[in-house]
Design a protein around this ligand. Structure first.
Ligand SMILES: [Cu+2]
Length: 314
């Protein structure tokens, strides 16, 4: 039901807020991604991290978001600067986290009311909301049920941030309408402590380069050296399901306005929408299994983009 024209406004708010990249990839795989070239070269840096040891954030300035039954439950608080955001999906469906700064005084109710009109209308309530939407911070990507993704943004600004889930159920009802809109404050002294890195994952317009000894655990600097925005999403694949099949199914159901919880695998997190030159640390602690990774931006083909690969854990 979503033709390119109707998805454009909706994607604006997503884009740059964190979630966009995963979706762009997914939409691209379904063969109807609109062009998402961006000349913005913001110097924002972001870090994704989740301790491989404890499953928690690798730095002190950290926020944890769980998702019980269609809501964001927040614990901890964030100061500006370097801050970790953990998305721990405790629900039985996939969720996402659009995380973007709203203008002074904008309330959750106002965001919800504006979303009810259009996502374009809602976009007006956000800071730095240009034609492509709020600038990305480097935040957790799509997180499937029972999965967790931690992101430590390196350049958080003080202010009020809205968290929104744009995924839908099979009837097309968006999660934000069921309660997945929430605000958090970022305030206080600027935090500068960064996680220690176990290697670099490089995203560019042609490929993803993984660390040599990558085994699915550790904290990795994810950096976009390309000319377009890129995300990094990880999916745990069931035996017999290829990355192309799973990603295609996710894209097609999203495209059809249905739940993206398809058979064949689960979205295991990642980093959303990094602009050219932007970086983020991603800490993974993946359970044993077969995985695929993908950078779903700017692809108009039903084929897998060149930026993908597979690996085994355990
Ligand atoms: Cu959701």
């Amino acid at each position: 039901m979503n033709q390119p024209t109707s998805t454009t406004p909706r994607r604006r708010l997503r884009r740059g807020s964190a979630i966009a990249a995963s979706f762009a990839t997914v939409l691209a795989l379904a063969g109807c991604s609109s062009s998402s070239k961006s000349d913005e070269s913001k110097d924002t840096t972001a870090t994704t991290a989740a301790s491989a040891d404890s499953g928690g954030a690798p730095i002190d300035n950290a926020l944890t978001i769980t998702t019980p039954d269609m809501e964001y439950d927040v614990s901890g608080s964030l100061r500006p600067g370097v801050g970790a955001i953990t998305m721990d999906n405790t629900d039985d469906v996939t969720h996402m986290l659009a995380f973007a700064q709203v203008k002074d005084g904008v309330t959750t109710d106002q965001v919800t009311a504006a979303l009810d009109k259009s996502e374009e209308e809602a976009g007006k309530l956000f800071v730095d909301s240009g034609p492509e939407g709020p600038a990305p911070l480097g935040t957790p990507a799509l997180v499937g049920p029972g999965q967790r993704s931690t992101v430590t943004a390196l350049d958080l600004k003080p202010g009020t941030y809205a968290m929104i889930c744009f995924l839908t159920d099979d009837q097309g009802e968006p999660h934000w309408k069921m309660g997945m809109v929430k605000e958090v404050e970022i305030s206080g002294d600027t935090a500068t402590e960064k996680p220690e890195s176990d290697g670099t994952i490089t995203l560019n317009d042609d490929a993803i380069t993984m660390p040599d000894d990558f085994n699915g655990s550790g904290t990795f600097l994810v950096t976009n050296t390309g000319k377009n925005p890129h995300a990094f999403s990880v999916a745990k694949l069931d035996a017999g399901t290829s990355l192309a099949t799973f990603a295609g199914a996710v894209g097609q159901t999203e495209q059809a306005g249905k739940s993206i919880d398809v058979d064949g695998g689960v979205l295991a997190g990642g980093v959303d929408a990094l602009l050219p030159g932007q970086s983020a640390y991603l800490t993974l602690d993946l359970e044993p299994g077969h995985y695929g990774y993908i950078s779903p931006e700017d692809m108009n083909s039903p084929e897998l983009p060149p930026q993908h690969g597979e690996f085994d854990v355990g």
